[in-house]
Design a protein around this ligand. Structure first.
Ligand code: SF4
Length: 173
């Protein structure tokens, strides 16, 4: 997996002050995507062990609320394979930090057996996420007043409650 950018002290992509990792590669190709350069899986730099360690260090301060992963498309199957062991480390070392993931795939698509975005680690990743922002960007539903999303079809899903209750529970700040 490659990544395009790491943002320190990001306040735009989730609650509180966060570290944001922008991974490369996206097959969704939404019309008028604001970062089409990230569609290329080779965009940016390789996500190495050193980069993992760097992010883990950046997450350590108490004022950092957690990690946000966006892209590109974190839930591309090949990106899931790289992210799963890394997210596991984050959770093991810092269980109190929250994890937000922005994906163009819907939760239903990710959970569809045999679906493109469903692979052997999908459910494990979904079990570690606190908030999933799901759905493709739809130009016709663009709404700049929405918090943490670009179009009104996209949802902020409380994954802990969703997994507990077995039905989609939207995140409520
Ligand atoms: S899912 Fe995100 S990165 Fe991919 S095309 Fe849509 S808006 Fe762009």
């Amino acid at each position: 997996m490659n990544y395009g950018e790491i943002k320190n002290c990001d306040i735009a992509n989730g609650t509180g002050i966060r570290i944001s990792l922008f991974v490369s590669g996206c097959t969704n190709h939404c019309k008028n995507c604001f970062q089409p350069q990230t569609w290329d899986f080779n965009f940016g730099e390789p996500f190495t062990r050193d980069i993992e360690e760097k992010i883990l260090k950046m997450l350590e301060p108490d004022y950092i609320d957690g990690l946000t992963v966006l892209g590109g498309e974190p839930m591309e199957p090949s990106n899931q394979q790289a992210l799963y062991p890394f997210l596991l480390k984050v959770k093991e070392k810092m269980p109190n930090k929250t994890i937000w993931v922005f994906s163009g795939f819907t939760l239903e698509e990710m959970r569809e057996e045999g679906g493109y975005s469903n692979c052997d680690v999908t459910e494990k990743i979904l079990g570690m996420i606190d908030v999933l922002v799901d759905g493709r960007f739809v130009e016709e539903l663009k709404d700049i007043t929405l918090k943490f999303r670009g179009s009104s079809n996209q949802r902020l899903i409380d994954m802990k409650k969703t997994n507990e209750q077995g039905c989609i529970v939207l995140w409520d700040n």
